[in-house]
Structure formats: structure tokens, C-alpha cells
Design a protein around this ligand. Sequence first.
Ligand SMILES: Nc1ncnc2c1ncn2[C@@H]1O[C@H](COP(=O)(O)OP(=O)(O)OP(=O)(O)O)[C@@H](O)[C@H]1O
Length: 264
Amino acid sequence: MRAGTAVAAGVSAERVRLVRSGRVLVDGVDCTLEPGTFTGLLGPNGAGKSTLLHVLAGVLDPDAGTVRLRDRPLPSTRARERARSIALVEQSLPGETSQRVREVAALGRTPHRSLLAGNSRRDLDVVENSLTAAGVLRLAERSYSTLSGGEQQRVQLARALAQEPEVLLLDEPTNHLDASAQLETLGLLEKLAAEGTAVAAALHDINHAAAACSHLIVLSGGRVVASGPAGSVLTPELIQRVYGVRAELLRHPLTGRPLIALAR
Ligand SMILES: Nc1ncnc2c1ncn2[C@@H]1O[C@H](COP(=O)(O)OP(=O)(O)OP(=O)(O)O)[C@@H](O)[C@H]1O
């Protein structure tokens, strides 16, 4: 993740601004999500994390600035190419569908198929692997709407994995998950990044971000207040300034990774 410069792969935003109902939600944001990185988007409630993810995914058009996919402005990229390249896992989980879990995950293959074609052998294999990676293969024949919030969240992750995206964007991917599933999901995202995907996730847990992310972007009031390699961004001063809590940087006794003690 580098500030401001265009790259040959991944997604970048340059001086992005988004206004809704007369309110500036995101302002002057520069960021680049490079292949092989896992970027955490941090910031308090209402900082603009979800909005920025939606802008990077092309779901919201910025009022100013440019979003690029592989150096090409997003609006000049064909919708199908965009859908093949960028996956967004939303925070709220569409739960009304009567589809089975396997069918929901298979929706991720849609941009890869021609209009009338069914699932190829490869499509079926990718869906199976995605369900396995997201830990929901055992739920494959269940009706999606009968699943718990955490189970639905994992199925949405499987759907995004089935898309085989170059850029994977996730809005609070661990918020419905138990402690074990949270760590599994973060481990999976780290692995995807290590394999070359550009991964970015809005996260509320600062320790998750410190432990799993290679890079961080910290937002406050719609602006980037800090960005860079995770190890250099999270200082006690920054945490105090952005979240208004005291912080001390420690080392996790079990993993050796950064651990941040927080207090009011
Ligand atoms: N359509 C809209 N019109 C006006 N304000 C909006 C609109 N959509 C979002 N907002 C506001 O924009 C701000 C940023 O919202 P956003 O959801 O991006 O924040 P966030 O950092 O993801 O917050 P959270 O951590 O609570 O999920 C919030 O104050 C929100 O109320």
C-alpha cells in the first residue's frame, strides 16, 4: 500500500471525495491496495471506512478524484471485468434468500460464466474449495436463510472467494464470528494476501489489525490520518488521538505479534 501513486495491479484511489446529503463522507483520500498486501482500514464509528470500501469497489462513484483498477479509471473498466476483479463482502448480510448455501457461494462464479452457460466442472471445484476455505462446506446443502449471522458471514466470504478476485474488500469480516472463527478468518485473509490477492478489510479490533495486517489506513472524519506498514502506524499517540483511549504496545506472549493494551 503506497500513498497516491498508480500501480500496475490492484486498486488505487487518488484525491477521492464523496458527498451525500450535503455531508462530506470521504475527503482527499489517497491509497493504493497492492497485490500481496492485507490492508486494515481503522477508525472510529462513522469515520468513513465502509464508504471508502464502497468507493474502491466501484459501488459508489466519488464526486471528485479517481479510482483505478490496474491503472485504468474504474468507470472506463467494463462491468464484467470489474466484477471478475473486485469482490466486496458487505457488513450487512442479505438473509432473505431461499437459496442453498452452495448456490449462494456459486453466485461468485457469475462474472466468469457466459450468460446462458451453467457451472463448468472448474466452477463447481472453485465453489467447493471456497466453501472449504471459509469453513462452511458442512453447511453446503442448508438453506442460507436458516443460518446464524456468523455462518452467513462465512458463506458471504465463500461467495467472494469463489469470485477469485484480484482485490478482496471486506467490511468488518469478523463482526459476527466467535473467537476461533475470527482468528481463522484473519488467517485466511493473510494467506490470500500472501498468495497475491490485494486484501483490505474495515476492522474495529485494533489488535486484529496489528496482528494480521501488513498495512494500515486510519481514517477519522473521512480523512486519512495515518497510513503505512502496520508496524509503524499504530503508535500510542495515534490511538489516543483517533480513539480517545490510552494505549501501550506490547508483544503477544503466545504469538510474538504486536499486542495493544487499551484503557480509558
Ligand atoms: N447516504 C448517506 N447520507 C448521509 N450520510 C451518510 C450516508 N451514508 C453514510 N453516511 C454517514 O457517513 C459517515 C461515514 O459512514 P461509514 O459507514 O462509511 O462509516 P464507518 O467508518 O464504516 O462506520 P462504522 O464503524 O460505524 O461502520 C457516517 O457518519 C454516516 O452516518
